[in-house]
Design a protein around this ligand. Structure first.
Ligand SMILES: CCCCCCCCCCCCCCCC(=O)SCCNC(=O)CCNC(=O)[C@H](O)C(C)(C)COP(=O)(O)OP(=O)(O)OC[C@H]1O[C@@H](n2cnc3c(N)ncnc32)[C@H](O)[C@@H]1OP(=O)(O)O
Length: 131
């Protein structure tokens, strides 16, 4: 399986006009990635509340970025999520991901989203290494 970055990822792509255009701080030594994003109003589910799929996508992406930042090309194989508190649209959240382990072709990672220092969602992710 080949993957291509054409700049149109809806989380990070600079060329996706409706995306979040998230930018990442990568720490390759700690195998960690971080971003801070403001959730647009149009990413709501229930009125005024960010759709859970958006939070899920951010946690998926941050774990992928932590892997890619430490030199691994990956796709997501498995994603487990715990939503701890609703995220109002318009709010700014911090999303942090880190690689926690490696098993042959698989890479374990975990992520969390924080609003004003409170954890609003957590994820455990299994990534599959390509190549
Ligand atoms: C700094 C750089 C910036 C670059 C900046 C670029 C940005 C550019 C945009 C980025 C964007 C990112 C976005 C986020 C990351 C997505 O969201 S990626 C998209 C979502 N994910 C996918 O589309 C993946 C879909 N799944 C697949 O393609 C295939 O299932 C896989 C994962 C490639 C594996 O397929 P396969 O080669 O057929 O392998 P398979 O036989 O299923 O598994 C191989 C072995 O691994 C095991 N295995 C696989 N998964 C698991 C699992 N979860 N648990 C346990 N065992 C497993 C299997 O049991 C098997 O074991 P053995 O039988 O060999 O003992």
């Amino acid at each position: 399986m080949d993957v291509i970055d054409d700049g149109r990822c809806f989380i990070c792509g600079k060329d996706n006009p409706i995306g979040l255009k998230a930018q990442f701080i990568i720490d390759p030594e700690q195998r960690r990635a971080e971003t801070t994003v403001q959730i647009p109003e149009h990413f709501q589910g229930w009125q005024g509340i960010t759709h859970g799929g958006i939070i899920s996508a951010l946690l998926d992406e941050i774990c992928a970025q932590a892997c890619m930042g430490s030199g691994m090309q990956v796709v997501t194989s498995e994603l487990k999520l715990r939503y701890r508190a609703p995220v109002p649209t318009g709010s700014t959240i911090r999303v942090v991901g880190e690689v926690t382990g490696k098993r042959r072709r698989l890479v374990d990672a975990k992520g969390r989203a924080e609003l004003d220092g409170q954890v609003v969602a957590e994820a455990e992710v299994v990534m599959f290494r390509l190549g």
